[in-house]
Design a protein around this ligand. Sequence first.
Ligand SMILES: NC(=O)c1ccc[n+]([C@@H]2O[C@H](COP(=O)([O-])OP(=O)(O)OC[C@H]3O[C@@H](n4cnc5c(N)ncnc54)[C@H](OP(=O)(O)O)[C@@H]3O)[C@@H](O)[C@H]2O)c1
Length: 486
Amino acid sequence: MGADIGVTGLAVMGANLARNLARNGFTVALHNRSVARTDSLLNSYGHEGNFVRTETLAELVESLERPRKVLIMVKAGGPVDAVIDELTPLLEEGDIIIDAGNSFYEETRRREEALREKGLHFVGVGVSGGEEGALNGPSIMPGGSRESYDSLGPMLEKISAKYHGEACCAWVGTDGAGHYVKMVHNGIEYADMQVIGEAYDLMRSLAGLEPATQAGVFREWNTTDLASYLIEITAEVLEQEDELTGRPLVDVIVDSAGQKGTGRWTAISGLEVGSPVTAIAESVFARSISSQRDLRAETSRVFSAGINEAITASELYGEDDAQQDFVEDVRKALYASKLVAYAQGLDMLVAAGEEYGWDLDLKSIASLWRAGCIIRADLLDTIMKAYDVPAAQRPKNLLLAEEFTEALNECLPAWRRVVAAAATYGVPAPVFSSSLAYYDSLRRDRLPASLTQGLRDYFGAHTYQRVDKPGTFHTRWSQDRSEAEV
Ligand SMILES: NC(=O)c1ccc[n+]([C@@H]2O[C@H](COP(=O)([O-])OP(=O)(O)OC[C@H]3O[C@@H](n4cnc5c(N)ncnc54)[C@H](OP(=O)(O)O)[C@@H]3O)[C@@H](O)[C@H]2O)c1
């Protein structure tokens, strides 16, 4: 009997996925460009299951059962192409190459097409959950052909995270769909973290709540409809004391957020497919501004009248229990903004599905994110239920699902108060504010885009349509200003 699957690329992610597969009873053939990594894995964890040691890709391929399944977990970009080029001549029709790294979906589409012409299946798989997820059960978003999922799917489902016994793994769509869904997951993750940051900043700047006290607030919030992994770990980070100085750790960490690019890809793709993912884009921009530390230092001196340090919640709310009220308002603003981020991300999936020919099932996708991944949250179960209705009744936008229209109505006054306070006292809250603007734009029957169209027609004869009759029109602005049908 040959091995069930081969894994090439045994750095932290590949090694952990290989161990996860072996622990679940699969025989796993191992390969890494430098053999030392293979041996290190075998020395430390060889006892965990059935592994086959190989030194070359040819040996790896030879060791596999047909149809062969080779999972690539190398550095994204050129290395993936390099491995595919070496692997392809060694494989036969019907074999499956799996790329479970963080590849850009357009590259996955290109690779899938090229390999399909050679009779091979190429499956781009989105994997979320970091090192720990890879080892103990990640959220898995496979793309590629439906046919390849028939033989690969059961293995991936077995090693995936489980939400109340249900696998967080399902085929999402052809070619690059898996990597696309993972990318949008990461975009939502950016927004999720940004709104948490905004809530923290507002509570500290306007209500004077120190990090350790806020840890308790976030812990409390984790028992509400905000319950999620990110809220849970926010409490942990906020209560951490710096060993060196005794100050809150969050005060000694440089306030410049890093990024590996998936949030940026999501925002760019949102622009390309014409989907307004404002919460995600603002979150990416917020990280960019955070990185402009020298500029911020200089600007904070020039515009020193920034946050009024003397402002307290009682000045904002003018009541005895003002602080508590403000905290509750911030919680509601956070929830509403988070809902917008998810609504926009899911809308973007629909737009991308139309663009790339994927029939994406939002209910199934929400189900994949319920465990194993960074954005895992109780909210996803509710989102799933919102789409668990006959097609004709599915909400056009998540915010229109009954569960969420009610929640938004309940949060709205608080959301407006918080955004108003942020603007009045100069605390940046880009996602709280832009999400409210998105909500207000969506619920407006008429937008000033009519004026935009008028201006475009004026300077560029771009034409416009009328609300009262069909056709395309132009006003002769530089002549007698009469209207012509064009
Ligand atoms: N889903 C998640 O939560 C998550 C988290 C982290 C990373 N990732 C993604 O998972 C993938 C693997 O990440 P990682 O951190 O484990 O590893 P990595 O540092 O991205 O890559 C190191 C691995 O790539 C191999 N490699 C590099 N260039 C190669 C080439 N030209 N030919 C063959 N092999 C090459 C290395 O082999 P040598 O040992 O010979 O150098 C090593 O096995 C990446 O796409 C990464 O973005 C995902």
